[in-house]
Design a protein around this ligand. Structure first.
Ligand SMILES: [Zn+2]
Length: 318
């Protein structure tokens, strides 16, 4: 069966070459970033691993370590262009195996729009991967609205993915890997809420957003968000419908590490909104992702096909 993975990261070879040569790369000094063993793999080594996993297509995103939203916008824009051009080259060399998500400099929305436009309309990438916030600014802030409008007009997918260990849990309890195992899920629920309560989804009804890690705690917490909307006027400032009415406006990857949670996600948002995402090559990835989906007892064959490839084929037009 075909499979398309929307959550598959890249440590770009242009960065690795510079580090191995002992050279700075767009302001990153050698030795300052940890490089995981599989992260140095070439596209050909990646393809061999995809073959062993039974994954046909990686929608490649340069890793979250390369966001650098707190850096100088001009420097980071140049870094992101080089990352995006390398992803573009992978899609040219192996058009049936790789699609790409861009990096865009969110510290400067106008520059982010320009790079998204270049990546999508000139380089054929399918959207961008972005953090849950940009330097603490959430996505209901008005400065981001032109970006959402532009992405909507381009048909670009916005894939929401936290930056490493920098989540809302980090300042509270930065031990036991909780910044990742709980923090990713907290951040995703807040991001869903910022888009919905901020009125972005009403202003951009065709904006395509995919929330990584199954949308985090969004589905489990939606009842309380609805209750808040009913009883508190400040929750209704921007929206006329309860938050749950917006669940089906988003896409969610299947990366829950729990069959019960995935079943609940499907039952809450609809099977047409759940897509295949594995987090390759992270240690928190699903080890044998295609086998995992195919082996789930509570999903029908049609649901497995929708998750593994049909939904992404339609969403990305591939
Ligand atoms: Zn990831």
């Amino acid at each position: 069966m075909r499979s398309i993975d929307v959550h598959a990261h890249l440590t770009p070879q242009c960065f690795i070459r510079a580090m191995q040569a002992g050279q700075a790369w767009h302001g990153i000094q050698p030795g300052t970033m940890r490089i995981a063993p599989r992260a140095v793999w070439t596209p050909e080594q990646r393809l061999a691993d995809m073959n062993s996993l039974g994954v046909d297509v990686h929608v490649v995103s340069t890793g979250a370590a390369f966001y650098y939203y707190d850096g100088d916008a001009t420097t980071v824009a140049a870094m992101h262009r080089e990352c995006n051009d390398e992803v573009h080259q992978m899609t040219i060399d192996y058009p049936d195996r790789f699609k790409g998500l861009a990096q865009i400099p969110m510290q400067e929305p106008a520059t982010a729009i320009a790079e998204l436009d270049r990546a999508v309309n000139q380089r054929g990438l399918v959207g961008a991967m972005i953090n849950d916030t940009a330097n603490g600014r959430t996505y209901d802030e008005p400065e981001f609205l032109p970006l959402w409008k532009a992405a909507e007009q381009m048909g670009a997918l916005m894939f929401i993915h936290q930056q490493g260990g920098d989540t809302l849990v980090t300042p509270r309890l930065n031990r036991y890997h909780l910044a990742n195992t709980i923090g990713n899920l907290v951040d995703r629920a807040v991001t869903f809420a910022s888009f919905v309560f901020g009125g972005v989804m009403d202003k951009c009804p065709d904006l395509k957003i995919c929330l990584a890690h199954g949308g985090g705690y969004t589905c489990y917490g939606i009842g309380r968000m609805d209750r808040g909307w009913q009883v508190r006027s400040e929750a209704r400032v921007n929206i006329q419908q309860p938050p749950s009415a917006y669940l089906k406006k988003f896409y969610y990857d299947c990366l829950t590490h729990s069959e019960a949670a995935l079943r609940y996600l499907i039952d809450t948002v609809g099977i047409d909104r759940v897509v295949f995402g594995t987090d390759w090559p992270a240690d928190m990835a699903i080890d044998w992702p295609v086998s995992w989906v195919l082996g789930l007892q509570s999903l029908t064959q049609e649901e497995k096909e929708a998750i593994l490839w049909k939904n992404l084929e339609k969403l990305l037009g591939i």
